[in-house]
Design a protein around this ligand. Structure first.
Ligand code: CP
Length: 312
């Protein structure tokens, strides 16, 4: 479902899509996030957002994004409230815009919005006075996930320039993939996607993107591999046969990665379907940066909130 076509908005007021950010703007967020990790320990930024009220409005399930935004906003001194959609008047049929206007009238200044409809954050940015941070909308964008992925890769490599990053799996349904394609290309990486044909259709139109129809072709000589979650809640498997067909052809394991991409780091936005996208051995082994991705969630979201409020 699409509410409205996402539109370009002032990146200083909202964060709706990483595609709006230039290379220097991306690097500014990553530099500030790297500094925020230390600042969090020293509490140097604890009054930065003390006059701000931030609302979490998650119309879809989330652990990493929701908790790390809450901790990030609190680390900067903001008052944080949670709409708790399941216990809100959304259940009585209140529309998205009416709900957001209600938050605004109670004193909320910034909303962190996750929604199943692509374009929902753009709609709220247009129809209300709230500052909007997109925490994932439909299959469109997940900008802060892309930023923390970029920070994690930059820590591993120093620079993304010329690095080969393979994004593997359910690309079609993935807002993480779309946001990473924008941000990692802007930062100089060479990108590939690979997956069952119905999940990569149309991606050959992306400029400079390699599209692979086998796992071996997708990961060969990659510096990093981002495995995507199979989105069973969006009925994703219906288009490709069965989950066991997917596992047979596309599951990442240590033997295959060691043979084809011996230097590769492994990332996954989480939550993983253990044993489906990759083996537990690979997810928890020495190549894995999955834990580091989660650790980078709070400082990246601190940096985003700080910059949107004119700090940093
Ligand atoms: N990667 C991600 O968005 O995870 P959550 O759904 O747990 O927030």
């Amino acid at each position: 479902m699409t509410i409205v076509a996402p539109t370009r908005t002032c990146p200083q007021r909202h964060l709706l899509d990483v595609a709006e950010l230039s290379r220097s703007e991306l690097e500014r967020v990553l530099d500030l996030a790297a500094g925020m990790r230390d600042a969090r320990a020293t509490r140097a930024h604890r009054f930065m957002l003390e006059a701000e009220t931030v609302a979490l409005a998650f119309y879809e399930a989330s652990t990493r994004t929701r908790i790390s935004f809450e901790l990030a906003a609190k680390a900067l001194g903001a008052t944080v409230t949670d709409l708790a959609v399941d216990r809100s008047s959304v259940g009585k049929g209140e529309s998205l815009v009416d709900t957001m206007r209600t938050l605004e009238r109670t004193g909320v200044g910034t909303v962190i919005l996750r929604h199943p409809a692509s374009g929902a954050p753009s709609l709220v940015a247009r129809e209300t006075g709230l500052r909007v941070v997109n925490a994932g909308d439909g299959a469109h964008a997940h900008p802060t996930q892309a930023l923390l992925d970029a920070l994690t890769l930059r820590e591993a490599f120093g620079s993304l320039e010329g690095r080969v990053v393979a994004i593997v799996g359910d690309v079609a349904h993935s807002r993480v993939a779309r946001s990473n394609l924008h941000s990692l290309a802007t930062l100089g990486a060479r990108l590939r996607v690979g997956g069952p044909k119905p999940w990569i259709e149309g991606f050959d139109a992306w400029p400079g993107l390699q599209v692979a129809t086998s796992l071996d072709d997708a990961i060969r000589d990659a510096d990093a591999i981002i495995a995507l979650r199979v989105q069973t809640e969006r009925d994703a498997v219906a288009g490709i046969g069965s989950l066991s067909d997917y596992v047979d052809a596309w599951r990442l394991d240590e033997v295959r990665v060691a043979a084809l991409a011996p230097r590769a780091h492994i990332l996954h936005p989480g939550p993983t379907n253990e044993g489906i996208e990759l083996t537990s051995e690979l997810a928890n082994g020495p190549r894995s940066l999955i834990g580091r991705q989660v650790e980078n969630g709070v400082p990246v979201r601190m940096a985003v909130l700080a910059l949107l409020h004119g700090h940093g």
